[in-house]
Design a protein around this ligand. Sequence first.
Ligand code: 26Y
Length: 820
Amino acid sequence: VWQKFGVKEFGGKEEFQQEFIRHVETTLARSMYNCDDLAAYQAASQAIRDRLIVAWNKTQQKHTTKDRKRVYYLSLEFLMGRAMDNAMLNAGIKDITKSGVADLGFKIEDLLEQEPDAALGNGGLGRLAACFIDSIASTNYPGWGYGLRYQYGIFKQRIVDGYQVESPDYWLTFSNPWEIPRYEIQIDIMFYGYTRKYTNDDGKVVHVWEGGEQVQAVAYDVPVPGYGTETTNNLRLWASKPTREFDFEKFNAGDYESSVRESQKAETISAVLYPNDNFYSGKELRLKQQYFWVAASLNDIVRRFKKTHRPWKEFPDQVAIQLNDTHPTLAVVELQRILIDMEGVEWDAAWNIVTNTFGYTNHTVLPEALEKWPVPLFTNLLPRHMEIIYEINLFFLQKVEKLFPKERDLLARVSIIEESSPQQVRMAYLAIIGSHKVNGVAELHSELIKTTIFKDFVTIYGPDKFMNVTNGITPRRWLHQANPKLSDLIASKVGSYDFLKDLNLLKKIEPFAHDPKFQDEWVTIKKFNKARLAAHIKQSNGIDVNVNALFDVQVKRIHEYKRQQMNIFGVIHRYLSIKAMTEEEKKEATPRVCIFGGKSAPGYYMAKTIIKLINAVSEVVNADADVGDLLKVVFIADYNVSKAEIIVPASDISQHISTAGTEASGTSNMKFVLNGGLILGTVDGANIEITREVGENNIFLFGHLAESVEDLRHKHRFSDVPLDPNLEKVFNAIESGTFGDPNIYVSLISSVTGSDYYLVSDDFQSYLDAQKLVDQDFKNKDTWVSRSITAVANMGFFSSDRAIDEYAESIWNVEPIAME
Ligand code: 26Y
């Protein structure tokens, strides 16, 4: 039946089928008799995409005629995952599509599996950008995302002999129906060269930048359909191409090869995503990517603004630009350059426009993740930008000196240029100075940046420039799409699916937390989701897991600060305990399945060692007949958005156990609780706010607090802190060869027995205690399920719609534009 909800204008099932067949026969040039799942996926996508494009066009026209302020979200990463299911659900056409393809002999689930997972991001930051553009569209804000169209997303991970092995993720093998190439939108981008200045006829000093290498940016547009609204926004991704005249001379002179080599070099700019999460490595190509993307995006934004024939001072009334971390900070400099060098705006007026346009979001306090570009590299690649940075810095330091004439060290501390050798450009400082608002991503994190890394800037600007916007997740993908049965059950009590647009309506299920029938249905759905994951594990790892066991999950990038090593040490401790149990004791024990997943940066030795240990433990434990169903250990290879959609709904417990003060927010914590899993976590990031919302009885917290971390680290440095005795037993087991060659784990162990920077030993006992509580509480099924329901009922705050409303209200000053 055609639902009223089909906001993206499908006439109904028959019309969909006609479109589907037309695309098979014409777009794909295939016959319906020779149409496999891949072709069917492509044809169905084309049919859906056509609808999105109609809605996209309407939306863009509307936004242009309304002529109101737009927001641009600049992110080097958009971890979108698959598009088809999301497009159908957001457009309200899943039912007709599903039954439409079924009539033609296809299962929708099989078609969905054909789509490659668009993994143009590393982890939390990239997925946040994807959730945010979903919310911007769903809440009817006029807003675009700008990013890079990497030909290779984050590498694919395989596990060979327990080790991570990377292979390239060429995700564009078959044409991508979810993008619209805009070959007509081509922007010239320059690198290198030199600067000159001269005095023009009016006696004005004019700066020019010329003589460098040129490449072209080509736009690819990805429609972003809002849920339950016709609003369809745009994600514009840039690809690099050689300029049309690339080496015409060489080509004419018959030097084809070097001519082609040059052209290939241009394409490498957008070829590959850097696979580092929370780790800076100063590669020139990365800076090139940043400038390429920023320059193309600003050119586009400025061109759109100029069409309105407004005076420049109105630019910030029409345009808000959000910087997703420091990666797009060059935009600050580029806009200043456009205004003063190209448009003839005076410095001060231009700088006013710049600072009123930008907002900067910080995502980390880890020192190794802060971008600092060496001045020589910077000057060579972007000579004019370096000059402008010096000017920005000069004016800024003059202002600081006036405000604090006696504080000489302050100037060195806040200078954009770090006086190291070579000198470095501190991108975070440039981002702060170039923005009107700076925000952290959870309350604790936003406090920490004010009191630690950006303390001096609070002194200079006052506290109002700094604020918090706690992250959120889109309930469309992370509840409705990933867990349709739970979404349906919730809807049966809420009375509609309105909670997918107003997540606070989840409160309406709280009265049913102790309702036996509701509890039963809740448990049945969890079991179904666990069985779905168990089937996946059986298929990919060949391991049988018991769906009645407690599913304990930690999936996220592998990083020492996230402490997967603590988790696996805990698993070893559990294994040793089981080995020491009597048969009577075994009957009392709670069976567990410990599930891990996540990628390590290819060059991160310690993270790779952690993966190896997890797999080594898995091999030994799963094969040990003494253990049986009491413990299974699983490492799921190639964790990505699509796998998260299967894993997240299946957890009983998920672990978010970073050293306090290191995880800015975390967002998977929100996804797990929204799906009825409880958290075992530290007092860190958004765990704190989740505790406040769901109540402290419905979360398992442990470990030292952020405020003690510095002291503890100090102790490790200046005295001999004894190793936790349980951890010592675990290390003894590893060192005695229980999990294979102990030499592999020497540095992993000594990082703990040595300085223990991440306080694994300090938190270990507290961690084991919390785990014990989890085991006990899981036995009490009634209480467990009521806690699960209560937790979900109180997750409304963590919708990314709420986060976007806060950005819109307090940073962007943009308002929704309703369709119709
Ligand atoms: C310097 C560069 C190579 C770099 C690349 C990626 C630096 C950082 C990152 C990624 C950072 C990241 O993903 N941060 C995470 O952002 C999430 C969304 O705000 C937070 O929830 C999470 O705690 C934080 O680690």
